[in-house]
Design a protein around this ligand. Structure first.
Ligand code: SF4
Length: 473
C-alpha cells in the first residue's frame, strides 16, 4: 500500500527498544506516535509504525491500568492499601510459608521461624486467638517479641443487626476506614456466611443496591478471611483447649456437623473474579485442613459472568460456581447485568459447560432474581430450560424474590408468578427452588446497611460502636 521501508526519524527508538517515558527519546517517540509520522503529506513507513508500536508497548509496561469509563467494561483498580502507622504486619491473610519468611526476616533462625510459624498459624486459624498472649505453647518471652512486630487483625465492627428470623448482618470497616458488609443466614441444616470481596463494585447490576456504589478498592486476603474469622468470633465457634493439651470433650463437639457456620458464599459486595488473586488466597486459607478447614464443597463463588476468569477459578480454587444469570435474552440481561454487553449469554454458558469440576454431583447454580414483568414470563422460563439443555449443563436454578430497596427500579414478581416459573423449570427436570426472603426486617439487601450507615452521622456511628464495645465487656 503506502508504506515505505525506512523511518523518517533516526533519532527515534530503534526496533526492539523501549524508551522510558519522560526521556528525550521517549518524548520524541511520543510525539511521533501521536502524529503517526504524517508529516508534510508523507505516509508512515513500516519501520515508523514498528517503532511507534514499540514505544506504545513501552508506555503500557510503565503505566498502571486505568479504569475504562462506562458501565460495561470495568477494569478494577486495586488502590493502594494504607500501611499501618506503627509499621507492624497483620498476619491474618498470610499462608504459613509467608509467616515463616517474615519471622526469619525479623531475626529468627530458619528452624525457629518454621516452628514458630507452625504454632502461630494454628493459633490464628484453628483456635481463632487474637492476642499473642493467648498462645500458651509459645515462650512467655517470645510473645512480646511477636506483638512488637506483628498484629492479628480483624475487620472492625461498625454496626451489627439481628433479624427476627436469625439472619445477622454486620457493617465492617477496614483498617484504612472503608466500610463493607457481611451476612450470616442460619437454616435448619446449615449456616451460610455471605462474604464480600470488594468495597463497592464496578458492575452496576441494576437490581443490586451495591451496584449503585462506586468501587473503592479490592479487599485483601486478610480482610476476606477476616470476615470468616469474625463470624466465628460472633458465633463462639472456636474450639477451646490448647494445641499441646487438647480439650478432648470440646474437640469432639467441634466437628463440621456441629458447627453453626457450615457454608460460605462469595456473594457479598463486589465481583470476586475481579479480585481473583486475593479471593483465591483467602479461600485457600479457609479450605486449609490445618486452619479453618472448610471443604471446597461447602464454598460457592458467585460471578456475574467474568468469562475469561472462570476456568482459572475452577482450576486454582476449585469451589462450587454460581452464576448471576437473571435473564435469558440479550436485551433484558444487557439491562439487568450490564457485563452481558461484554460477555454475552452464549459465551457465559459455554464457559459454564467447561467449568472444571462441574458434574451432576456438583451442579452449577444459576441465580435468577424475579423481577415483575421484566424476566418472569412463561417464555422466559422455557428459554431458561432450553439454554440449560442446549449446553448440557449440570445445573440448578435458585429463584430469588427481589428484595427491593429505596429507589429500586424494579418490583418483585407475585408469588403466583414465581411459583409458575418454578414449576415450568422443575417440570423439565431441573431443580428450581424459590429462596425464602431472609432478613427483611433489617437492611439485608446487599449494600443496604452501608448506605443506611452513611446516612447516619459519624458521631452516631461512634456512639453505636462504643455501645457495642461496652456490651462486649
Ligand atoms: S450483583 Fe454483585 S457484581 Fe452485580 S453490582 Fe451487585 S455486587 Fe456487583
Amino acid at each position: 500500500m503506502f508504506f515505505g521501508n525506512t523511518c523518517h526519524d533516526d533519532r527515534l527508538p530503534q526496533r526492539g527498544e523501549v524508551p522510558e517515558p519522560g526521556t528525550r527519546q521517549g518524548v520524541r517517540a511520543s510525539i511521533f506516535a501521536a502524529t503517526q509520522c504524517n508529516r508534510a503529506g508523507t505516509m508512515p513507513s513500516l519501520l515508523c509504525l514498528n517503532r511507534a508500536d514499540t514505544y506504545m508497548r513501552g508506555i503500557m509496561a510503565h503505566t498502571p491500568l486505568m479504569p475504562i469509563p462506562g458501565q460495561i467494561d470495568p477494569v478494577p483498580v486495586a488502590r493502594e492499601i494504607t500501611p499501618r502507622e506503627d509499621g507492624r504486619v497483620d498476619l491474618i491473610g498470610l499462608p504459613r510459608q509467608r509467616i515463616a519468611e517474615l519471622f526469619a526476616q525479623a531475626g529468627l533462625d530458619a528452624k525457629q521461624a518454621k516452628l514458630r510459624s507452625r504454632q502461630v498459624y494454628h493459633w490464628l486459624y484453628h483456635r481463632g486467638v487474637s492476642d499473642f498472649e493467648a498462645m500458651t505453647d509459645i515462650a512467655k518471652t517470645m510473645r512480646p517479641w511477636l506483638a512488637e512486630r506483628f498484629v492479628i487483625g480483624r475487620p472492625e465492627i461498625v454496626e451489627a443487626q439481628h433479624s427476627t428470623d436469625g439472619t445477622r448482618k454486620w457493617l465492617l470497616r477496614t483498617a484504612d476506614g472503608h466500610d463493607f458488609e457481611m451476612v450470616f443466614i442460619p437454616d435448619a441444616d446449615r449456616g451460610t456466611l455471605c462474604v464480600s470481596s470488594q468495597v463497592g463494585c464496578t458492575l452496576n447490576c441494576r437490581f443490586c443496591h451495591t451496584g449503585t456504589m462506586k468501587l473503592v478498592r479490592n479487599l485483601t486476603p486478610g480482610e476476606i478471611v477476616g470476615q470468616v474469622m469474625l463470624a466465628r468470633d460472633a458465633l463462639g465457634e472456636w474450639p477451646k483447649g490448647r494445641m499441646d493439651v487438647a480439650d478432648e470433650e470440646d474437640e469432639a463437639a467441634y466437628t463440621a456437623d456441629g458447627r453453626l457456620l457450615t457454608n460460605i458464599v462469595m456473594m457479598g459486595m463486589g465481583e470476586p473474579l475481579y479480585n481473583f488473586d486475593n479471593v483465591r488466597d483467602a479461600l485457600k486459607l479457609v479450605m486449609d485442613g490445618d486452619g479453618l478447614a472448610l471443604s471446597k464443597r461447602r464454598i460457592t463463588l458467585s460471578t456475574s459472568g467474568v468469562v475469561p476468569m472462570m476456568e482459572r477459578c475452577g482450576e486454582e480454587i476449585g469451589v462450587n460456581l454460581a452464576v448471576s444469570l437473571h435473564a435469558v435474552t440479550k436485551e433484558v440481561r444487557d439491562e439487568i447485568v450490564p457485563l452481558n454487553r461484554k460477555f454475552g449469554i452464549e459465551d457465559l454458558l459455554e464457559a459454564c459447560a467447561a467449568y472444571p469440576g462441574a458434574s451432576n454431583a456438583r451442579r452449577i447454580t444459576f441465580e435468577y432474581v424475579m423481577l415483575k414483568d421484566r424476566n418472569d414470563s412463561d417464555d422466559d422460563a422455557r428459554e431458561l430450560v432450553r439454554l440449560i439443555r442446549k449446553y448440557k449443563l449440570p445445573a440448578k436454578v435458585n429463584l430469588i424474590p427481589f428484595n427491593p430497596w429505596p429507589g429500586a427500579p424494579y418490583e418483585c414478581s407475585s408469588p403466583e408468578r414465581i411459583r409458575r416459573f418454578s414449576d415450568i423449570v422443575f417440570e423439565a427436570g431441573i431443580s428450581a427452588p424459590v429462596r425464602t426472603p431472609r432478613g427483611r426486617d433489617i437492611d439485608a439487601a446487599c449494600g443496604q446497611l452501608k448506605t443506611a450507615a452513611e446516612k447516619k452521622s459519624r458521631s452516631e456511628l461512634d456512639r453505636l460502636y462504643a455501645e457495642k464495645q461496652a456490651s462486649l465487656g
